[in-house]
Design a protein around this ligand. Structure first.
Ligand SMILES: Cc1ncc(COP(=O)(O)O)c(C=O)c1O
Length: 388
């Protein structure tokens, strides 16, 4: 694809689940910010600042539109990444509202460890729910009253999705709990599965959806009264006295996002994210089909070998496997020498992949719109040397 034509023929990038390659228009948007309107957003009244403000406001709107959510109910705050967003939320929900913390067995360490810390800090129980093989969350018999639930919408090792996301959100709310969705792996290729989902907050990373390095919290406006802010700084207040301050978020609905944005933000990245969202929404049927076809071909090839053991049950653009009797890290190094960039290990999902499933370290291929048919031919040829 022309937007990735900077990629050398011999460079095969299969690590999009960590961070996507950035399409040229996104890099151009970053350059425009640094070369043409480098300025602090939402503060500077000179023309460069006004340009930044305009683009930042557009990005907030585009992110909400991507999730088909309305600004009367939701707002978008920018953070460092998904991990930061989840930790910030868990640390700022009023402790008296939290009777237990709930997560699931297939989580990335990002929510998995953050929920452990919350449980330890507040002295409340932590529940680790199981997931069905298809990714659905098992909620039978669980009462979510006073619970803060943090679960992923799609897993980072095989893309399995929380098929019952909408029902889970409804149940948690019916019981009187708070639910935060980790959509880090959902937004690039399957964002539609959580459109209009009424979670209290959704956290994700722009760098996993063809955008710059940046995170987001999309939060419900009615979550704000349930927060006790612990992380404060510049850009958040209308006025300050010796021992008291007045938050802009409270005086102006348009400023509510500032509660999660203390200090100077990554304004250039925020501007470029707006371009990434447009770019993502502009992918054609042919481009989507090419990605699906590449994933299917690689999946079929791996399942066709008696030695390759796949983790997932379904075809997905993110797939993990191991080769019986062969150290995955050595496979990764051999692939690397051939220009194939794949990840090996447990991809920050130690608990599920190692402790529950007892897999050896794995190899992960995560494909993207930058994947070419010729890449798959080369990957298969390299793997054949090991598998046959
Ligand atoms: C499902 C999931 N959640 C959370 C994260 C953490 O994302 P970040 O490193 O951008 O904070 C990742 C990263 O791979 C992930 O795959």
């Amino acid at each position: 694809m022309k937007d990735f034509d900077y990629l050398a023929e011999k460079a095969i990038y299969l690590d999009a689940a960590c961070q996507s390659l950035r399409p040229k228009p996104v890099v151009e948007a970053l350059k425009r910010y640094y070369y043409e309107h480098n300025s602090c957003g939402e503060r500077a009244k000179y023309p460069w600042g006004e340009k930044t403000d305009e683009l930042v406001a557009e990005t907030r709107k585009k992110v909400l539109k991507l999730l088909k959510l309305k600004s009367k109910d939701y707002f978008v705050s920018f953070t460092l990444n998904t991990t930061y967003g989840i930790n910030l939320l868990l640390n700022e929900i009023k402790p008296e509202l939290i009777k237990k913390v709930v997560t699931s067995e297939i989580e990335h360490n990002s929510p998995f460890l953050a929920t452990m810390a919350l449980s330890e800090n507040l002295g409340v129980p932590r529940v680790v729910l199981e997931r069905e093989a298809d990714g659905s969350l098992k909620t039978e018999g669980e009462d979510f009253a006073g619970a803060v639930v943090v679960v992923n919408v799609a897993a980072n090792f095989d893309g399995r999705r929380m098929q019952n996301a909408r029902e889970v959100v409804k149940k948690v709310h019916r019981d009187g709990g708070i639910i935060i969705l980790d959509a880090a792996q959902a937004m690039a290729h399957t964002g539609e599965m959580i459109e209009k989902t009424e979670a209290d907050a959704v956290c994700f990373s722009a760098h996993k959806m063809y955008g710059p390095s940046l995170g987001m919290i999309v939060a419900r406006r009615d979550l704000v009264p349930k927060l006790q802010l612990r992380f404060l700084g510049g850009g958040m207040v209308d006025d300050v006295f010796q021992d008291r301050y007045e938050l802009s978020a409270m005086s102006n609905r348009e400023h509510v996002h500032t509660i999660f944005e203390p200090g100077l933000q990554a304004w250039g990245e925020i501007c470029a994210l707006g371009v990434a969202v447009d770019w993502l929404e502009g992918r054609s049927r042919t481009e989507k089909k090419l990605l699906a076809d590449c994933a299917r071909e690689l999946d079929e090839f791996l399942r066709g070998s008696a030695k390759a053991k796949m983790v997932g049950q379904e075809v997905n653009s993110t797939m993990s496997f191991y080769i019986e009797g062969v150290d995955s890290h050595l496979v990764g190094a051999a692939l690397g020498k051939a220009g194939i960039m794949a990840r090996t290990g447990y991809f920050c999902v130690h608990y599920y992949l190692d402790k529950i499933m007892k897999y050896p370290p794995l190899i992960r291929f995560s494909l993207s719109y930058a994947t070419r048919e010729s890449d798959i031919v080369r990957v298969k040829a390299e793997l054949k040397k090991i598998l046959y």
